[in-house]
Design a protein around this ligand. Structure first.
Ligand code: PCA
Length: 322
């Protein structure tokens, strides 16, 4: 996006127009995923709720599919106040702080009940880190469990050796390297093009994103490993938040609480529905015991590295799960 347009948006956002007694504030929100993903559907409902609960005081325009900022740029854009609100997959921030990585380690959690427990342990640290950065955490929602979409059959890990493999951030890249695959980071919105251009021949993602991208048009097998459940988080620039009326602030917090509860339910529903679609359209496979065992080994190594990087807080984060 051109800088001049960005500046214009920022200027527009700070304009508060008065309609009689009620002041109206306009905000922008940058998100990485397209409208068709359930996370974005949930965000749309969230901003509608904010509008209603604030009595029309706060209007948030959602810019999906990286249309305002590229996914990796969103946290900085929110931190510096270029945009008031954003969405990011948490493990993208693993390079800044390892607390964000824990939901992307293979086989730490493989179902919604455990994902919730892990989130309970992780949440205070996520909130504190964002606060420290001049941001405020609003809510988080998990993706369905991650699996592998491939063109060829994968019986053991050695079948992944040298495969051009789509990953989505440094954590997934690390795992792919440990699998001896050749990782390339491709944003979710660019998946079909990456396959058709021959940049990748396999990918890691959820049934949700597999179905949304019609993975059957560019791959054959789906290995349902349920390897981890990464979360997206929604957060705001704290200074912008403080400038809002108490009523608008309250609206964001309340709508956020509702969006978190609704989003977890949506995720579980989408998981069932899209897994059924994939079963109907693709060669659906449970991973072989050998593949599961080899992945678990990678998970153990990543867990150990993670715990070392986090230090004593690792035990606190994992406590609800244990
Ligand atoms: N979909 C997103 C993140 C994880 C997921 O299931 C993606 O593939 O980029």
């Amino acid at each position: 996006m051109r800088t001049s347009y960005k500046n214009l948006l920022v200027a527009a956002a700070t304009v508060t127009i008065s309609f009689g007694a009620v002041a109206q504030t306009k905000w922008n929100m940058a998100t990485p995923y397209p409208q068709a993903e359930f996370h974005t559907v949930n965000i749309t409902q969230f901003v509608n709720d904010v509008d209603k609960l604030s009595g029309g005081q706060l209007k948030i325009t959602v810019h999906p599919a990286q249309s305002l900022f590229k996914h990796p740029e969103i946290p900085r854009a929110v931190r510096t106040g270029q945009v008031e609100m954003g969405e990011t997959i948490m493990s993208n921030l693993a390079n800044q702080n390892p607390i964000f990585q824990v939901d992307s380690i293979p086989f730490l959690v493989t179902n919604y009940a455990d994902a919730k427990k892990l989130w309970q342990g992780q949440r205070p640290f996520v909130e504190a880190y964002l606060k420290d950065q001049g941001m405020r955490f609003i809510y988080a929602v998990p993706w369905p469990g991650q699996g592998f979409f491939t063109k060829k059959e994968i019986k053991t890990m050695s079948d992944m050796s040298g495969v051009k493999f789509r990953t989505y951030n440094s954590t997934t890249e690390k795992m792919a390297t440990m699998m001896k695959a050749v990782p390339t980071t491709v944003e979710a919105v660019e998946i079909p093009q990456a396959f058709s251009a021959g940049i990748v021949d396999a990918m890691v993602t959820s049934a949700a994103t597999g179905a949304r991208t019609e993975a059957w048009t560019f791959s054959t097998y789906y290995y349902d490993t349920q390897a981890w459940m990464p979360k997206n988080m929604i957060y705001v620039n704290e200074a912008a938040f403080k400038r809002l009326s108490p009523k608008a602030q309250q609206a964001i917090l309340e709508a956020g609480k509702a969006a978190e509860a609704r989003g977890w339910k949506m995720s579980e529903e989408v998981f069932t529905k899209t897994t059924d679609t994939i079963k109907a359209k693709m060669q659906y496979r449970a991973p072989s015991p050998a593949l599961t065992k080899e992945l678990a080994k990678i998970g153990d190594l990543m867990s150990a590295d993670w715990a070392k990087a986090v230090g004593p807080n690792a035990q606190k984060i994992l406590a609800p799960l244990r």
